[in-house]
Design a protein around this ligand. Structure first.
Ligand code: SF4
Length: 271
């Protein structure tokens, strides 16, 4: 097979007959896809006992970097080689579609429209049964029983935030646009913790966050960290001198003559 490269592994010994069947593999490929799309033989890879794949470049302009893979095989103690499969596979430089991302991981908050539903799984680590209001881990059956009892007894929400859910939320809020590291916060004249527009929350997250209630702030109605801040802080005062418009001094022009027009109105019986 000339200068063709052989790729193999320690546990897959290439079959000599299959290794030499490059022309047969090419013929089968040409018959299947036509000569316009088939380029040079690239390499051969031993796949298993009496099973080997020959790779050819794909010269189709729409599949740059893709390779034809022609698998060949033969029966034990037989010299007749059989083409097993022909497929087109992406090479390392091929243009391919992005990797699959499950729907639940792909949908973001901005994708949620009126009427859309984003189900929460039974074992979502961000939630624990509300009856426990704690961190106890339950298996699925126990969790279902607790929810049924909770619903029957009317003990409030079936599930509440777990410690993990709280930590996730706190980290997300802290690192987000209402945390301390934004340009807005760094340039602010004061922090939210000292602002009169901050509404205190209750619960564990209240030690770090409150709700901004200033309609002039971009954070209005959102959770802000105490060390966030903005230019609408309640302590910001406008200096009275800033209200005075700057006007030029009056000037009496003694060099030019101002021309005024005079209109004469004629009233009946008068000039
Ligand atoms: S107005 Fe600005 S400083 Fe005050 S709470 Fe809202 S974001 Fe914080």
């Amino acid at each position: 097979m000339g200068d063709n490269r052989l790729v193999t592994t320690a546990h897959k010994k290439p079959d000599a007959v299959l290794l030499a069947a490059v022309d047969l593999a090419r013929m089968a490929l040409l018959e299947d896809v036509g000569d316009a799309a088939v380029g040079d033989h690239l390499r051969a890879e031993a796949e298993g006992e009496r099973l080997l794949t020959h790779y050819f470049a794909c010269s189709h302009r729409g599949y740059v970097g893709w390779n034809w893979a022609v698998s060949v095989t033969r029966a034990s103690r037989q010299k007749v080689v059989t083409v097993n499969e022909i497929v087109l596979l992406p090479g390392p430089d091929a243009l391919t579609a992005p990797g699959w991302i499950p729907w639940k991981d792909r949908v973001g908050k901005d994708d949620l429209g009126p009427g859309d539903l984003v189900p929460v799984t039974e074992d979502d680590p961000r939630l624990v049964p509300g009856y426990l209001v704690g961190d106890e881990a339950l298996d699925e059956d126990n969790a279902r029983q607790v929810r049924e009892v909770t619903r029957e007894l009317g003990l409030g929400r079936e599930r509440v935030l777990s410690v993990e859910g709280r930590i996730e939320a706190a980290e997300r809020w802290f690192a987000g646009s209402n945390g301390p590291d934004t340009p807005l916060a760094k340039a602010a004249p004061g922090l939210c913790g000292s602002c009169g527009f901050l509404v205190r929350m209750s619960g564990p997250l209240s030690t770090m966050f409150g709700i901004c209630a200033n309609e002039s702030s971009p954070s209005d109605g959102q959770a802000v960290s105490f060390d966030h801040g903005c230019g609408a802080h309640s302590d910001v005062r406008v200096e009275s001198s800033q209200h005075q418009p700057v006007t030029a001094s009056p000037v009496h022009d003694t060099l030019n003559t101002d021309v005024f027009t005079q209109e004469v109105w004629t009233v009946a019986g008068q000039t």
